[in-house]
Ligand binder design. Sequence first.
Ligand code: PLP
Length: 397
Amino acid sequence: MKFAKRLDPIKPSATLAVTSKAKALKAQGQDVLSFAAGEPDFPTPDFVVDAMVDSARNGATRYLPSLGLPALRAAVAKTFGEIYGIDFTQANVAVTCGGKHGLFNLFQALVDPGDEVLVASPYWVSYPAQIRLAEGEPVIVPTRADEGFRWDAGDVAAAITDKTVGIVINSPSNPSGAVYDEATLNALADLAVKHDLWIITDDIYSYITYDNVPFTSILALRPELKDRIFVLHGASKTYSMTGWRIGFVGAPTAVIKKLGILQGQSTSNATAFAQYGALAAVESDHSFLDTWRSAYDARRKRIVSLLNDLPGVSCNLPGGAFYVFPDLRGLMGKSYKGEVIEDDLQLAQLALEHKLVALVPGSPFGAPGFVRMSYACSMDDIERGLARLKEFISELN
Ligand code: PLP
């Protein structure tokens, strides 16, 4: 059987792989403590589910316009207008089958073969894969743990070539939880102007920031660049609607029109009744998020403090999202039951096998020696999971 070459460089999603392995062990009755999930652990709010069910009973079971339910596009445009401080109309919004799909379509619409797109490492695993699927070249510009995993604009400038067409910004970040500061965002915006680049700002975690630090978006800071800054957002992380597959793109109408052509010939509309649920979520007062945020916040502080108590481990206190990204390089080269730990992949494997703790290795995010841990789980899981890791580390030689 011959397969298309374009899939050759694409690896299966590492995050989905660990999550499914942990789920499979759990299904066998094993007491797995999973820190692998990339989704909130709260149920989707009832009022959202009710709106979806009502709409389905009332006939929202048929095709919609490819770019989405007009009322949802308008509601998202209104919310984006509030967040970014610029006028959005529904013609500036596409509803996609999840944020991942919105991003995929953006790269398909913007990237030609050989075009270079700058991505910070550690990166969300799908950025490089999707850029390659568009036959572009992801150019990885590393960040450093001791600089809070925030880009150094000088490093970004040094990576720009005459093939560079765009920059991807993700703040708060998956996997590091880093939140960009205004100075860095301004410097990136200046680079985009100087070199005529577009920017995709993946703001999917924008509602999850801590310590009363309001979310800062490059678009809100530099509204005059609205023709070159495209927003990726979605219902998954904000409203705990990961399985519903609803994403949003906010962009100039010319970009949205291209997405409309792509969606019209590929997926058509995102699921109709899911869009009615998302409409209820977007139009809500978002007050339930305060409870969720304070639960995440307490877990964030606890997990970081427990991690920093472990010998050979250090961890930043992240400013947003629901991930920590501890540095485990101090454990590399040690051995567990005679097996030398060469890298984070092996460490994650051993922790799952011997302690039933699921961690996502950092290598697939472009950060060897680190692991990603999601604290979208109960405080009890955090206490028990970290106790198991402590035991694991105490058994290393
Ligand atoms: N962007 C980032 C940084 C993410 O972490 C994710 C999901 O893990 C997405 C986008 C896409 O999420 P979804 O496709 O569920 O909307």
